[in-house]
Design a protein around this ligand. Structure first.
Ligand SMILES: C[S@@+](CC[C@H](N)C(=O)[O-])C[C@H]1O[C@@H](n2cnc3c(N)ncnc32)[C@H](O)[C@@H]1O
Length: 291
């Protein structure tokens, strides 16, 4: 792992001998678990959940909005330690996790899991690993896995930036980042998932020709993502600019909200350089091929 693999804050931690504190890309949130969600966590967690260890430095980082840091929130949403599996401490063995060898798609910040469940159901030849920190969202996706009888979904319970460091290089066919938290204030931009310090890690975990798909309704973040991803010499934009909306990207609450407010949604597709030509349409006019 290189230093660019880590999402680091600057400041006093830059001084020699002082640990650099990785920073959170998510809001700590209180979440109420319904009976259905508690049941999903208890019954399906052992088979479908991949607990991700805490990054000690991440948990020590200062939250930008102390009002949201409620010490009781973690307790309210934390899985029962008696039934929760041990967090992974070693590199993740993806074929063992899914019980087969198939292309793997990582969705970062799966929210309530609507997109993951719908895409996995429509794409049974690929495996979907959803990473989320919000326990009700994790439980909701587990319940959908059960309801739809999905066998190609696993839910990583924890920080995707920690998970990525536990995944082997070149192990992902695609990374999906749909409506990531936009962190609109300039002083919070360092908390955005797509930022220079994280791109090398994301790109390294993609296989050659693997695709990074992003969608956002924040024009500012969309431009920043495009600029940051374009700056990586190993990534190529599959389109001349923003991508057409992929037909198979399900509409989630965040897109519905944007459309209702007449905010445009921006899609991006970047491809890790590989042996062959990059698929897509560099004119920006055509449709995206699914994978
Ligand atoms: C705005 S929501 C979008 C959810 C979903 N992609 C959708 O379109 O409905 C962003 C989600 O990313 C999650 N998130 C942010 N940073 C994360 C991280 N480092 N690891 C895992 N999840 C993260 C948040 O908890 C939140 O659920």
């Amino acid at each position: 792992m290189t230093s660019t693999d880590r999402n680091s804050a600057s400041g006093p931690a830059d001084q020699p001998g002082v640990a650099r504190a990785p920073i959170r890309t998510f809001h700590p949130r209180r979440g109420r678990l319904s009976g259905r969600h508690v049941d999903a966590l208890d019954r399906l967690g052992p088979a479908f959940r991949l607990p991700v260890p805490e990054d000690p430095a991440t948990t020590a980082a200062t939250d930008p909005n102390p009002a949201t840091t409620d010490p009781t929130a973690a307790a309210a949403t934390a899985p029962d330690p008696a039934t929760a599996p041990d967090p992974v401490a070693e590199p993740v063995d993806l074929p063992a996790l899914f019980g087969r060898r198939a292309p793997v798609v990582l969705e970062i910040g799966s929210g309530m899991g609507e997109a993951t469940a719908a895409m996995a159901a429509a794409d049974p030849d690929r495996d979907y690993l959803a990473a989320e920190v919000h326990t009700p969202g994790i439980a909701n996706l587990l319940a959908m896995i059960d309801r739809r009888g999905l066998t190609n979904v696993r839910v990583a319970d924890g920080d995707a930036l920690v998970l990525l460091r536990l995944l082997p290089p070149a192990s992902l066919a695609a990374i999906h980042l749909f409506f990531p938290d936009p962190w609109p204030k300039t002083r919070h931009h360092k908390r955005r998932l797509i930022q220079p310090g994280n791109v090398a890690l994301l790109r390294d975990r993609l296989e050659p020709d693997g695709r990074l798909l992003c969608a956002t309704d924040s024009h500012d973040y969309a431009n920043a993502m495009r600029e940051t991803l374009t700056a990586d010499p190993e990534l190529v934009n599959a389109y001349a600019g923003f991508a057409p909306r992929p037909d198979d990207r399900p509409v989630t609450k965040f897109e519905r909200r944007a459309l209702a407010a007449r905010r445009p949604v921006f899609d991006l597709v970047f491809v890790r350089k590989g042996a062959g030509p990059v698929g897509g349409d560099r004119s920006g006019q055509g449709r995206i091929d699914r994978r």
